[in-house]
Design a protein around this ligand. Sequence first.
Ligand code: ADP
Length: 224
Amino acid sequence: MGSADEFIKLRCVSKEYATASALRGIDMVVEKGQWVSVVGPSGSGKSTLLNIMSGLDNPTSGQVVIDSTDITAMKEDEMARFRREKIGFVFQQSHLIPYLNAVENVMLAQYFHSIADEREAADSLERVGMGHRIDHKPSQLSGGEQQRICIARALINSPQILLADEPTGNLDRENTRKILELLNRLYSERQFTIILVTHDPFVAQWGRRTITMEDGKIIRDEYR
Ligand code: ADP
């Protein structure tokens, strides 16, 4: 479909609230397969940026194009379908359903996408090192284990884009490192595009590109 060089493109994206300007004219292009870290102080607009890229939120003005599709022009049901097919999410809070076990939580994501397949869901848990925990409920799992299940759930439908908002925000350093090693391994195997919001420099350094935000603007865009 669209150009791999301009896989995700934001043109002059602004988001105004009555009390704050969350984004002020963001221009940004992400190549297909890039791992981009977005950093910046609290309130700088990082989560708003992620929500707008996923169509969960609309900009006040500007345009968001993903794989040649202008998502700002989409109707809500079209957007929901687009999101299901293209985007996986991992948040700081696991958002796992408490009364479903690990494999059922992953199957729920399959169900919303296409057909639930227990074997495939169990395989995806195996790939994130959770094959021995498929019958466990979220409350029986550690924070790091819950995030592994979230990663399995986010990637079960093979999305082209993974959006992560402070995915290790509730974890200690050792578990943070393990989750990033896992993400890195899956990323090298499948080459999806990652946009990862974090305030933690240790987490940011896993991406090859770091975008720094301040007061609703991009103030730095660096490659390593
Ligand atoms: P970050 O993720 O970097 O902490 P956010 O994107 O959450 O920043 O917020 C950016 C700015 O927009 C902040 O000033 C915040 O208070 C404001 N903001 C975010 N969401 C809302 C909302 N729903 N209503 C009003 N202001 C909001």
